[in-house]
Write a protein that binds this ligand. Structure first.
Ligand code: GDP
Length: 531
């Protein structure tokens, strides 16, 4: 087998999604622990620990104790090369998360056993469904009192509209958590609280028919387990790998990330049930990952990660072939210009390191002199193509943003343009206005704070933000046929234009949208801008 093929075949690239506090960080730490990437769990993204290696613009993260940026971690385990795309759990950073999911081949959904499906999970999940990627569920915190297991599964099925298939089954929870039963091997793995985050802790495995089981977990729990298994075998969905790979059926696992119980089993099953990077869609059809030609798309841009260097990094997901440091590729959206991919970086736990080579499935960060945009394709293929675009989500909150010191106009324009290009905010102008005053649209309100903070910190510009009541945005779908000057809508509607000079309307409610459509025959309104 060629080196290229074997390298790509061992790649697994997935995102972890969850509602804040469900245990995503803890689970990630434990994964890394198995891979030997870190020696002590707790050193990754420790909320209270200093992390000088990464940026200091993340000061805002420290202040708020939340994670703003998605990072990528790579480690090896059991012959696999695993890329974890960590996504910020805070709902306000959902745009970034959505884009991160575009770069993943599958998703792990972490659910708190005492809470079930929470708001954030629901939202992120929609994106996974849109992409038809496999979704694995890890029901965490079984060492705390949990909801009824059947209820938890029903909750996932009803809330998310996906079938579930438990791979293992919990016995008790909280102080009475006895372990999990593996449905395939028919063995019970008993829980011991002494494992406490170490990899070495021994887990005892007992066959379901072994008389010693009753002694280990108690008569009552054994009877309940047998009852549950009977119910499950009779009523639950059958395991079907085809359905899993299409994202229609989610294999479910139970465990406790904190005490390190059920994590390694989960990782092993997960690796067995997922595939290496699959072909990606482009305007010229599917692009085979094993193709010799390198190709990648940009899914995230981040500026000023390191204030001393004023850098801007474009994160890209490699979709085919092999990457070599310094290689020359064609930048499709840059007018087919040839560019050199310099200063390639990869994130390893908390550090950034320079990569010499990378393969389909990997994520690399490339120094960006300001030429890339989200969704751009880069390739060495002679027959040029571009990957399917990344959806832009419609902002739901708007604010008028003005300068405190009008002398700083130049820096202001530079700053907001940069931050908008990263995709954190969208900027608009008054329909007949210029850049003195802009309207900022965001998906999550916390982005307003990020904007203010970054403009001050990176561009030395103070701004005033005044919240506007609009919640709905609609681009004019047929601008050539519509006269914006005479277009009549409701009195609380606003006419604006985006940075590409496309006209659009802001509304305070859906009723006004309907009203405006009624009043202007032939008007086409679209929720998303066409790139
Ligand atoms: P994230 O916001 O999803 O990344 O969640 P964290 O991994 O930071 O976990 C949130 C809190 O839950 C932390 O205090 C963890 O120590 C705790 N936690 C995580 N996993 C478990 C678990 O399996 N059992 C218990 N009891 N607590 C857990």
């Amino acid at each position: 087998m060629s080196n290229l093929r074997s390298e790509i075949e061992k790649r697994r690239t997935f995102a972890i999604i969850s509602h804040p506090d469900a245990g995503k960080t803890t689970l990630t730490e434990k994964f890394l622990l198995y891979g030997g990437a870190i020696n002590l769990a707790g050193s990754v993204k420790g909320k209270a620990t200093a992390r000088h290696a990464v940026s200091d613009w993340m000061e805002i993260e420290k202040q708020r104790g939340i994670s703003v940026t998605s990072s990528v971690l790579q480690f090896n385990y059991g012959g696999y090369c695993i890329n974890i795309l960590d996504t910020p759990g805070h709902q306000d950073f959902s745009e970034d998360t959505y884009r991160t999911l575009m770069a993943a081949d599958s998703a792990v959904m972490v659910i708190d056993a005492s809470k079930g499906v929470e708001a954030q999970t629901r939202k992120l999940f929609k994106v996974c469904v849109m992409r038809h990627i496999p979704i694995f569920t890890f029901i965490n915190k079984m060492d705390r009192d949990a909801n009824d297991t059947f209820d938890l599964l029903e909750d996932i099925e009803n809330e998310l509209g996906i079938e579930t298939c438990p791979v293992n089954w919990p016995i008790g929870s909280g102080k009475q958590f006895k372990g999990v039963y593996d449905r395939e091997t028919r063995k019970v793995m008993t829980f011991s609280d002494t494992l406490k985050g170490t990899k070495e802790g021994t887990e005892k495995e007992i066959d379901i028919d072994d008389l010693a089981l009753e002694e280990e977990i108690g008569k009552e729990f054994k009877e309940k387990l047998l009852e549950d298994i009977e119910l499950l075998d009779g009523a639950g969905a059958e395991f079907d790998i085809e359905k899993v790979s299409k994202g229609e059926l989610s294999p479910v696992f139970f465990g406790s990330a904190l005490t390190n119980f059920g994590v390694e089993t989960f990782l092993q099953h997960f690796l067995n049930m997922t595939y290496s990077p699959l072909a990606r869609n482009s305007d010229k059809g599917l692009i085979d990952p094993f193709n010799e030609d390198f190709s990648a798309f940009v899914f995230k841009i981040q500026a000023n990660m390191n204030k001393n260097h004023r850098d801007r990094i474009a994160f890209m997901r490699i979709c085919s072939g092999k990457f070599n440091a310094g290689m020359e590729v064609t930048h499709i959206q840059g007018g087919n210009k040839k560019v050199k991919l310099s200063q390639p970086q990869q994130m390893m736990a908390d550090e950034r390191k320079i990569v010499e080579e990378a393969y389909a499935g990997d994520i690399i960060g490339i120094f960006d002199p300001g030429i890339y945009s989200i969704g751009d394709t880069l390739t060495t293929a002679k027959d040029k193509f571009s990957f399917e675009g990344i959806p832009t989500f419609a902002p739901e909150h708007f604010a008028r943003c003005s300068l405190v010191d009008s002398m700083k106009r130049k820096q202001f324009v530079k700053g907001v343009t940069q931050i908008a290009q990263e995709g954190a905010i969208q900027i608009f102008q008054e329909y007949k206005g210029g850049m003195e005053e802009i309207i900022v649209g965001v998906v999550g309100v916390l982005q307003f704070d990020v904007l203010k903070f970054r403009l001050k910190n990176e561009y030395n510009v103070d701004i005033r933000l005044e919240t506007l009541p609009y919640e709905y945005i609609r681009w004019i779908g047929n601008p050539k046929e519509v006269n914006m000057d005479t277009l009549s809508g409701t009195s609380d509607m606003k006419k604006v234009k985006d940075m590409k000079d496309r006209p659009l309307l802001l509304f305070v409610n859906e009723w006004s949208i309907g009203m405006t459509l009624d009043r202007n025959e032939g008007l086409v309104l679209e929720e998303f801008s066409k790139n």
